[in-house]
Design a protein. Structure first.
Length: 261
């Protein structure tokens, strides 16, 4: 399978095209994003098993998201009853769960590698937090392992970025999907760097705006409440931007803007 090689500006184009898809059916994408947020909240409340189940389901959620975006670009009206239709293909949900299971295991391994070298410092910081009722030592202690985890997770994310689409639409095996996804992401690393920086910047700007509201006298609870719909809207557009990323890099769709290698 040949992955297109795109310039760095493609990262911005994915975001812009995601916004264009979102504008076509904003209510459908907002509803889908709110459902994902609700599932994440339920998973968090059911820790530690809940988050693991949520991660396992992420490839299936991603594939449904891509299919919804494809239908939108084809001019179809999206209804909630269509959400699970992509998963009804024989054997597909099982394959996506297999990818999700690998994802869970690799996330645990990455977390283990990132935090194990600092276990003594973290234990001491937690003891200090308990004794002194002060979170500062724990916050300082987790900064470096979190940075290491973030760096390792970027590599991990490349393995799984295109895997659901490759399994669902191209019929590749699980191992092939992970391999092709990693290669495609590596060949477009500068586009993904721009793409990632844009989304980090946007969500960071929302946090800054919330902090500004608090500094102007608005209560923290009110600022957080106002931030929720903004975050859901940004999340909806981000989900929509997954599809242009796939189309431009891996799809042979006639309307795809591909730079062949």
């Amino acid at each position: 399978m040949q992955a297109a090689v795109l310039p760095a500006i493609a990262g911005w184009q994915w975001v812009f095209q995601g916004w264009h898809i979102f504008k076509q059916q904003p209510l459908a994408m907002l509803t889908w994003a709110m459902l994902i947020s609700f599932l994440l909240m339920v998973a968090t409340l059911a820790a530690p098993i809940g988050p693991l189940i949520f991660i396992c389901l992420m490839p299936a959620v991603t594939f449904v998201t891509l299919t919804i975006c494809r239908h939108i670009t084809e001019g179809q009206k999206i209804f909630p009853s269509m959400w699970i239709q992509p998963l009804k293909t024989k054997g597909l949900f099982r394959k996506l769960l297999a990818i999700g299971s690998i994802y869970v295991v690799m996330c645990l391994i990455v977390g283990f590698l990132a935090f194990l070298p600092f276990i003594d410092e973290l234990s001491q910081a937690m003891q200090t937090m308990t004794d002194a009722q002060d979170l500062s030592p724990l916050i300082d202690a987790v900064q470096l392992p979190m940075m290491i985890f973030a760096g390792l997770y970027v590599i991990l994310a490349a393995l799984f970025w295109y895997a659901p689409a490759l399994v669902g639409w191209h019929g590749t095996s699980t191992i092939q999907a992970l391999f092709f996804s990693a290669i495609a992401c590596w060949r477009n690393k500068w586009a993904f760097l721009v793409y990632g920086c844009i989304w980090v910047g946007l969500f960071f700007a929302v946090d800054l705006f919330s902090g500004l509201l608090v500094s102007l006298g608005i209560s923290l609870e009110m600022a957080a409440t106002l931030q929720v719909p903004i975050n859901i809207t940004l999340g909806s557009v981000m989900y929509c931007s997954f599809y242009p990323s796939y189309i431009s890099v891996l799809s042979q769709h006639p309307n795809a803007e591909v730079i062949a290698n």
